[in-house]
Design a protein around this ligand. Structure first.
Ligand SMILES: [Zn+2]
Length: 116
């Protein structure tokens, strides 16, 4: 479990760094656009900027969601209930947790409910 705790912490740090970088990038893009007179409708590059903003916003939402899931897994670990399947109650194989430390279900249950 110590290696899983370290893995969880590592993934949490990675997500926090990703969120910080995306947030800075989005803020810089907003500032840059607010200082510019170009608009998406008449600027051929404008539509690309909007796509970049939409992509970064989606990446940020995904990163925040992943961080929430990893943080919840860390809490389960601290509470002593980490590694047990929410679906069938059996222990989740260590190999699965090593690949997906935020997993809440064993593979058979995840196949039935693919989002967990
Ligand atoms: Zn299960």
């Amino acid at each position: 479990m110590d290696s899983l705790a370290a893995l969880l912490e590592s993934r949490i740090m990675q997500r926090r760094a990703q969120i910080a970088a995306l947030t800075i990038g989005i803020d810089q893009m907003r500032t840059s656009r607010s200082l510019s007179t170009a608009d998406d409708e008449h600027d051929p590059e404008g539509s690309l900027v909007s796509l970049d903003q939409a992509r970064d916003a989606a990446l940020l939402r995904h990163a925040r969601s992943a961080l929430d899931e990893l943080s919840a897994a860390g809490q389960r670990l601290r509470d002593g209930c980490y590694g047990w399947c929410d679906g069938c109650g059996t222990s989740i194989p260590i190999d699965r947790l090593a690949v997906k430390p935020k997993a809440r279900c064993c593979v058979p249950c995840a196949l039935v409910e693919p989002r967990v």
